[in-house]
Design a protein around this ligand. Structure first.
Ligand code: PLP
Length: 365
């Protein structure tokens, strides 16, 4: 058996949609991209959705639209994919790392409070692994200190808090449609917001600051999405709920059949939150007979691919060490990087594969 940690779901309708666009010969921004934007905005429940090249560009453009740059600080979780922090650096601003809650691995609002200075302009809340961050507390802090809250929803398409979709809660949100995400356009990204001026600014910035044909009012670039990506996005969006439900079913099955394995800690869902299980992440306890790395190795030998999201907290990446960030600033993030292990949960897993994963983990734990 060979069970992969991720597998994009590409079906006939996805292929046909892309082929149709190719046949139409309208390959760049136009009606298909606009249709994808409209449908995505409706799905998330926001006024504006703006398609861009990828999730990194989505974050970068949000920060640009909010005028965040030199001299500003942005609080980001230390335990995330590096793009969250790097887009702040790309703007010439300073990422300030906050530690995480170990229950969800998301940014800890109490630590955010500790990290606020008079230079802080925004907080980026990552909905890590598909579990929403604590937006209520973050928005309260933001209100008190007059900060923006940017959602990094790259891993959380369709996740909700009390029935409200992530991507519609902060001032603006960034989604990624990278090949491993819950829905994909190969590479791709989307910005969602309810704020008119943010949307207008981003429209300009993603298209050379062009207000009218060859009339450029500000410095922008080419960050647009192609029509082929959008065509794939439209068919992927149609099946997103079905794919997320399959992830949820798989996660619930894994949880109910691994519940009594005491040497691992299973992921939890906070009451009122909808987790979309981009990753199913177990915490391999110190008392585990093999330990995290050996367990991963043995699972791999038995045909089960795993991954570590993430093996190194962002502040300990060589890039940030070289920039002079001290080590040890976020101890819970460091602990998480030593214990977490992502196991397959993707929608294409069969019952036999799920049972095999469970049996194998039980045998090794
Ligand atoms: C949390 C997070 N933020 C940002 C990104 C960047 O997205 P992209 O790879 O589309 O640039 C990713 C995905 O890779 C991510 O997981």
């Amino acid at each position: 058996m060979k069970i992969r940690i991720v597998e994009p779901v590409i079906e006939d309708d996805d292929i046909n949609n892309v082929v149709e666009v190719l046949k139409s010969k309208w390959l760049v921004h136009g009606p298909v991209v606009e249709e994808f934007e409209r449908k995505f905005a409706d799905y998330i429940g926001v006024k504006h959705a703006l398609a861009v090249m990828n999730g990194t560009v989505a974050l970068y453009l949000i920060l640009s639209a909010l005028d965040i740059g030199q001299g500003d600080e942005v609080i980001v979780p230390d335990f995330t994919f590096i793009a969250t922090a790097n887009t702040v650096l790309m703007r010439g601003a300073k990422p300030v790392f906050a530690d995480i809650e170990l229950e969800t691995y998301n940014i800890d609002p109490d630590d955010v409070l500790e990290k606020i200075t008079n230079k802080t302009k925004a907080i980026i809340a990552v909905h890590l692994y598909g579990h929403p961050a604590n937006m209520k507390d973050l928005l309260e802090i933001a209100e008190d200190y007059k900060l923006y809250v940017i959602e990094d929803a790259a891993q959380a398409h369709g996740a909700e808090i009390h029935g409200v979709k992530v991507g519609s809660i902060g001032h603006a949100a960034a989604f990624s449609f990278y090949a491993t995400k819950n829905m994909t356009t190969g590479e791709g990204g989307m910005i969602t917001t309810n704020t008119e001026w943010i949307a207008s600014k981003i429209k300009l910035l993603r298209d050379h600051g062009q207000e009218a044909k060859y009339y450029h009012v500000t410095l922008g670039g080419n960050y647009r999405m192609t029509a082929m990506q959008a065509a794939l996005g439209i068919s992927q969006l149609k099946k997103l709920d079905k794919l997320n439900n399959a992830r949820i079913r798989n996660a619930e099955y894994l949880i109910s059949n691994l519940r009594d394995v005491t040497s691992i800690k299973l992921p939890k869902v906070k009451p009122g939150y909808k987790h979309v299980w981009h990753q199913f992440v177990i915490w391999v306890k110190d008392e585990h007979p093999l330990g995290r790395d050996k367990l991963a190795e043995e699972l791999h030998r038995r045909g089960i691919q795993t991954a570590i999201h993430y093996p190194r907290p962002v502040h300990l990446q060589p890039l940030y060490r070289a920039l002079g960030y001290p080590s040890n600033i976020c101890p819970r993030s460091i602990e998480a990087s030593k214990h977490v292990l992502s196991i397959p949960v993707h929608p294409l897993l069969t019952q036999r594969e799920l049972d095999y994963i469970i049996e194998t983990i039980r045998e090794l734990s």
